[in-house]
Write a protein that binds this ligand. Structure first.
Ligand SMILES: *[C@@H]1O[C@H](CO)[C@@H](O)[C@H](O)[C@H]1NC(C)=O
Ligand SMILES: *[C@@H]1O[C@H](CO)[C@@H](O)[C@H](O)[C@H]1NC(C)=O
Ligand SMILES: *[C@@H]1O[C@H](CO)[C@@H](O)[C@H](O)[C@H]1NC(C)=O
Ligand SMILES: *[C@@H]1O[C@H](CO)[C@@H](O)[C@H](O)[C@H]1NC(C)=O
Ligand SMILES: *[C@@H]1O[C@H](CO)[C@@H](O)[C@H](O)[C@H]1NC(C)=O
Ligand SMILES: *[C@@H]1O[C@H](CO)[C@@H](O)[C@H](O)[C@H]1NC(C)=O
Ligand SMILES: *[C@@H]1O[C@H](CO)[C@@H](O)[C@H](O)[C@H]1NC(C)=O
Length: 694
């Protein structure tokens, strides 16, 4: 009897043990998130190059999402980072690497870190190393750079601390109705037999990585899907992570039921070959007549400003929401159904390449050379997502101080440049101007991160659809020929590490749409990138190092900046004083607005914090925070009411969700004021309690 009981106990114990047994794991994985939100007021937004698009509040915070993966037996990781910023810049990566090296020695370097921007056009600018990209932000803005550097480093710290054994699954599927080609007239220039291989003139595939720990619990997700983060248009002043950032928040919230940025599950919606890809799926039309624009030129009666593409929603907020939700839902579906496991080595190759001087073998008999950088005329026309990306006419009449100071130094292009860039008519001969420092990069990063049968191609530019396809095919082929398994796949990680504008195919370049006009190393730019990436792939399969290449310049100490500092704040009725009349109650699904006497948000970006809270009264003295400033239903608007007297106002908006629990609520505003002597003092203001009713 005792023996039977004993046997039963042993059986029970072994069943319990086997149920608890953890799965075999292939990798060590860490995921981390950190707030990188830049100055939420007074700084030009990066992307549309519209001098009038200045930050004036916040809708969704910007985050950096970092993923560290290594083999179990090795300490040599790869790090993929997706940031809610327009792109990367060389000084940003150099600063991040400098800080990481100081902390971790040789563990995280420029070679094994890939930082890729989501391409939101609603994040503050001024963080660039090269002059051209900082012109509309009145030059270099150290505040933006520091916010991005600190946040990116912190996201790596968080990922580093979170590392544990786990597995990675990969899945791919089509997402329709979420992207269109904005330069079809260039796309059709590609050979018909090449186009015939594809069902669409943009990539509809989304690739998802599902990362789980040894117990199968979710650690994080990375998706790659090619679509511009331009659902918010060039009139938006609220800092926003746009469609991809919203998708990230939705997925993270699904897993954690917590505020944005909590880090318990990290979901990155990373950018890919989005060069000619727009989220504005209703397509372009003429603002004045409502008719279609002229297809090859995207103009209406000869004017580019009138030809604008619209999203699927009734306004830019709804369009952002729809394109974000579409990506979130598809990623969730692919994540839930992912069964193919990544296995095999973690590896990386990285080179700095002088892209102005690459010899490209175009066929058996002919070698060509890439060009010094230059921008074409069509660049100034902008795109249907944001016309007039760099409008000389406008800069001349508005007397942009930065532009005035430098335009006299613009140079006529040399005959060699004209020939090299043909048929691009050169507007800005950036490669031959060195005053006051380089305008566009010559030396850029090319990089491959490998995790088992996946190759992540870190490219420092916006590749068009067909450029991305050719690049993926060439690298995948080289890797498989070099001995990797036949199910090896490549993804393009666009806008990575630094920024060198656009890359079109040779054929698309001939059309000189915006993307061709912005292909800065000339018609053979794509061939050159493919050649350099294939070199890295071959180095990798042979187990040999890549040539490090020439170091890029570090111009950070030379950069010009003309953004004035905040001088001081004043509020005659007191900082945080409620200035608007509130109603005693609001119905679910309606909007609450509250105006406060405010101070400049640049005084403190409140990283990992909030400018506002929506609070629910749970008992007499107990208010529970239900929303913070990064959530969809809240908006934070700031406006200077008097520059001379340093006065400003903030309006907090809460769009009460239709299913919000009825009860007693209040709003709070958190600010920081600056005195004439420079002291910064935190303060807060609040509304009286109000009811939310059915
Ligand atoms: C930017 O700010 C950082 C941190 O406040 C400071 O150390 C650095 O010197 C500044 N750099 C420039 C170029 O102003
Ligand atoms: C999309 O993904 C499928 C499945 O992995 C693949 O067969 C197809 O070639 C991909 N299409 C493109 C354009 O990459
Ligand atoms: C999370 O997503 C799943 C779909 O994968 C859905 O069924 C579920 O309701 C979502 N949960 C929350 C809390 O949003
Ligand atoms: C931007 O979107 C708003 C709607 O949210 C619209 O009124 C406006 O015309 C759009 N502007 C441009 C230039 O696309
Ligand atoms: C090689 O390319 C050059 C330049 O495009 C062209 O002129 C030449 O005819 C090509 N030669 C062959 C053998 O295809
Ligand atoms: C300014 O715009 C007008 C109208 O689009 C155009 O004809 C003219 O060439 C532009 N000026 C410059 C300097 O590009
Ligand atoms: C990497 O590959 C390139 C091109 O195949 C080759 O020239 C180079 O020598 C390789 N690097 C090393 C260190 O072997």
């Amino acid at each position: 009897m005792a023996a039977t009981i004993c046997r039963l106990v042993i059986l029970a114990v072994s069943i319990v043990l086997s149920a608890c047994q953890t799965k075999e794991t292939n990798y060590v994985i860490g995921a981390g998130i950190a707030d990188i939100t830049g100055p939420a007021a007074g700084i030009n937004m990066m992307g549309y190059a519209n001098p009038a698009q200045i930050s004036s509040g916040l809708h969704l915070r910007q985050y950096s999402r970092a993923f560290i993966v290594s083999e179990k037996s090795s300490s040599s990781p790869v790090v993929f980072i997706s940031t809610d910023s327009c792109m990367q810049s060389q000084d940003l990566k150099l600063e991040v690497v400098r800080k990481l090296k100081a902390k971790y020695g040789k563990l995280y370097t420029e070679r094994n870190i890939c930082i890729s921007g989501t391409h939101t056009h609603s994040g503050p600018g001024g963080f660039h190393q090269y002059l051209l990209y900082d012109i509309t932000s009145l030059g270099f803005v150290n505040e933006t750079l520091q916010a991005y550097v600190d946040g990116i480093v912190k996201s790596v710290d968080n990922a580093h601390m979170a590392r544990k054994p786990g597995n990675i699954y990969i899945n791919t599927g089509e997402l329709l109705d979420s992207n269109i080609n904005r330069s079809p007239a260039a796309y059709v220039r590609n050979p018909p037999e090449e186009r015939a291989r594809y069902n669409y003139n943009v990539d509809k595939n989304m690739t998802v990585l599902k990362m789980v720990d040894a117990e199968g619990k979710g650690i994080g997700m990375i998706s790659w899907f090619a679509v511009h983060c331009t659902s918010m248009n060039n009139t938006n002043g609220l800092v926003s992570s746009d469609n991809k950032g919203y998708a990230s928040q939705l997925m993270e919230e699904n897993f954690t039921q917590d505020f944005p940025g909590n880090g318990k599950f990290v979901a990155a919606f990373a950018q890919s070959n989005e060069g000619d890809v727009s989220p504005n799926t209703a397509g372009p039309k003429c603002l004045d007549t409502g008719k279609p624009c002229d297809l090859p030129t995207s103009t209406c009666n000869g004017r580019n400003e009138q030809c604008v593409a619209f999203g699927p929603g009734k306004d830019m907020f709804e369009s952002t929401k729809i394109i974000g939700e579409n990506q979130y839902k598809k990623a969730m579906e692919l994540y839930n159904k992912a069964t193919v496991q990544l296995s095999g080595p973690v590896d990386f190759r990285h080179s700095y390449v002088d892209m102005t001087n690459v010899q490209v073998q175009v066929n058996a008999t002919t070698k060509v050379k890439t060009c010094n950088t230059a921008m074409g005329f069509s660049f100034a026309a902008g795109t249907t997502d944001g016309p007039g990306a760099f409008n000389f006419n406008q800069s001349d009449t508005t007397g942009n101080a930065f532009w005035d100071a430098i335009r006299n130094f613009i140079k006529a292009p040399s005959p060699e440049q004209v020939k090299c860039h043909h048929p691009k008519p050169i507007l800005l001969d950036t490669g031959e101007i060195t005053f006051p420092y380089a305008w566009q990069p010559s030396i850029v990063d090319v990089q491959i991160l490998r995790i088992g049968q996946l190759a992540i191609l870190g490219v420092p530019a916006e590749f068009t659809t067909m450029s991305g396809r050719r690049t993926r095919d060439a690298v995948t082929k080289a890797l498989i020929q070099g001995g990797l398994s036949s199910d090896t796949v490549s993804v393009i990680a666009g806008l990575s590490n630094d920024y060198a504008d656009y890359v079109t195919t040779y054929e698309e370049y001939q059309q000189q749409r915006y993307e061709g006009g912005s292909t800065i190393y000339g018609p053979n730019t794509l061939q050159a990138f493919i050649q350099e990436l294939v070199k890295l792939a071959n180095n990798m399969t042979k187990g040999e190092p890549a040539s490090p290449g020439p170091n890029p310049p570090d111009l950070i100490s030379k950069e010009w900046g003309f953004v004035p500092p905040v001088i001081f704040d004043a509020a005659p009725r007191g900082f945080g004083t409620l200035l608007s009349q509130m109603q005693p109650s609001y119905k679910q699904g309606t909007r609450v607005q509250a105006k406060f006497a405010a101070a400049h948000p640049r005084n403190n970006r409140r990283a990992e914090g909030t400018f506002l809270t929506v609070e629910h009264q749970v008992s007499a003295d107990n208010w529970q925070v239900v929303y913070k400033d990064s959530q969809w239903c809240t908006q934070f608007h700031w406006v200077r009411t008097s520059t001379i007297f340093g006065e400003s106002e903030v309006t907090i908006i809460w769009d009460i969700p239709a299913d919000q629990a009825p009860g007693t609520y209040r709003l709070q505003y958190f600010g920081d004021s600056k005195s004439l002597s420079g002291t910064i003092t935190p303060f807060s203001g609040q509304t009286p309690a109000f009811q939310v009713t059915i």
